[in-house]
Design a protein around this ligand. Sequence first.
Ligand code: GLN
Length: 194
Amino acid sequence: MAAKPTIGVLALQGAFVEHEDYLRRSGALPVEVRLPEQLDEIDGLILPGGESTTIGKLLRRFGFEEPLRKFEKPIWGTCAGMILLSKEILGGLPDQLALDRIDLRVTRNAFGRQVDSFTAQLELSNLEEPIPAVFIRAPLAQPLSDRVEILAEVDGQVAAARQQNVWVSSFHPELSGDLRLHKAFVASCRTGET
Ligand code: GLN
């Protein structure tokens, strides 16, 4: 078997430890990324859930903005990470960081006003069986172009999508108890394909 891919998990704030565990169990070598120089040493990157305003400020402070706009390897944003990778963000600060890596418009904290968090059995077009998807103050998301391949929807909103090698999910796959999405991401980092 090919060498284990080294996959970075942005470790400035949020749920990065759980992603590391899932990556390890999916056959990858996880690395906590705290400096832009580390982007040269990884085969792919996960931007975890957390608070997108806080993570965005820290990304700017540590000089990640331009390197992440140019990062060519596979990148996967989950929840707050999805918000950061989107083209347009509603419900954020006026200067909230939007890395514009996927043609989505997201609205923060707008999912389910009655319930902030919920779990749904989610059908994804790239998985045979549904995945138990945990949504925690998830963003609403709508595609802005047909370059976005929608993998799953909840209530007419994008729950998982892909644009070339940029993956996003509005839920927390690292809390699902299911390794299939991490395994698929690790495989794409290994081959360099989507
Ligand atoms: N509500 C958070 C935000 O807007 C995202 C929540 C999460 O990542 N679970 O950044």
